[in-house]
Design a protein around this ligand. Structure first.
Ligand SMILES: C[S@@+](CC[C@H](N)C(=O)[O-])C[C@H]1O[C@@H](n2cnc3c(N)ncnc32)[C@H](O)[C@@H]1O
Length: 311
């Protein structure tokens, strides 16, 4: 797709050629009439889905706004597709859980562009969308049924509860969490570790918990470390807390044997929160990650957050 581009390839997609990666179109699908007139749409891609996601207008066209949206979707897809390929070729099957799925646009796009063309049954892969808002779950179920996307399930569960839920398999290959609110990203990490995920893809949302703990211990911190100047003003506390949260998440993942790529989800103009973390399981924990985590929590008076970040 001409507009789809990745800013840089990442180690998680090693082994693939450089340049502008193209998601594989459904091999046997005939081009839809829309694909013929809108070059950005791939052969076999569901026009109905793109309309539902408001990527195509009601009359099946792209305007400037929707073209930008489509570009963003492809951009994210370009990061995830190599992971899907890798799991599929290693195992001949894949399971993916998307946490804080919302309208499940990510799951639907992944299904449409990648899973749909695969064989049905066991070898085709399965996507689970996890979401607490029951009306969004109901809508996603209805849309999947209408599109015939039979290997998608939508579970009305919190991320935390999904960890032990019997509705999910014991092992999940890929865990995604895009803008999952507040600590839902942390629960998604816990889920991924519990499910021994091969890949974890996170675009964290705001997380207020660390900033609140910084604020609570502000006075003690002033005596303890000059770094506390960084959280003297509320806006700095919020931003520093947010950055720090992601640093702690990264160390946690590294301490559990994941190799990370931390980059920017460029083109994600509609959100200020565009840090993309891709974790690949290597089984080799970074030597000092756990120690660093403990040191940071101690230095910044955040030891009350050990259970969240250091386990
Ligand atoms: C900002 S939306 C993002 C939706 C989607 N991932 C996206 O990027 O378009 C966050 C979604 O996470 C859901 N959510 C928040 N906390 C959750 C939790 N603990 N468990 C499951 N879903 C949660 C919200 O209901 C909301 O639909």
């Amino acid at each position: 797709m001409s507009e789809a581009h990745a800013k840089g390839r990442h180690p998680a997609s090693r082994g693939r050629t450089r340049g502008k990666p193209q998601p594989s179109p459904a091999p046997s699908a005939a081009p839809s009439p829309t694909a013929a007139v809108v070059p950005d749409i791939r052969p076999g891609q569901s026009v109905e889905l793109l309309k539902e996601l408001h990527i195509l207008t009601r009359d099946g066209k792209l305007n400037q706004d929707s073209r930008r949206k489509l570009k963003q979707v492809y951009h994210l897809y370009n990061f995830i597709e190599p992971l899907l390929e890798e799991v599929m070729s290693a195992r001949g099957d894949l399971t993916l859980a998307d946490h804080g799925a919302g309208k499940s646009y990510l799951g639907f796009i992944l299904y449409d562009l990648f899973l749909k063309a695969r064989e049905g049954g066991q070898s085709g892969g399965h996507i689970y969308g996890i979401e607490t808002r029951d009306e969004l779950v109901a809508k996603s179920r209805e849309l999947a049924a209408r599109l015939g996307f039979v290997r998608m399930s939508f579970l009305n569960l919190s991320v935390g509860d999904s960890i032990e839920s019997p509705e999910l398999p014991e092992h999940i290959d890929i865990v995604t969490a895009l803008h999952a609110c507040n600590t839902a990203t942390d629960d998604a990490i816990r889920f991924a570790l519990h499910k021994r995920a091969r890949f974890i893809v996170l675009v964290p949302c705001c997380q207020a918990e660390v900033a609140a703990a910084l604020r609570r211990h502000k006075n003690e911190s002033f005596g303890k470390t000059p770094l506390s100047e960084i959280w003297r003003h509320p806006i700095h506390t919020r931003e520093f807390g947010s950055q720090l949260t992601n640093v702690l998440r990264c160390l946690l993942l590294e301490s559990h044997g994941y190799q990370l790529t931390v980059t920017e989800l460029v083109g994600w103009e509609h959100s200020m929160k565009n840090e993309l973390i891709i974790a690949r399981a290597t089984g080799q924990p970074r030597g000092n990650a756990q120690e660093r985590l403990a040191q940071i929590l101690a230095e910044l008076n955040l030891e009350e957050l050990r259970d969240r970040f250091a386990y």
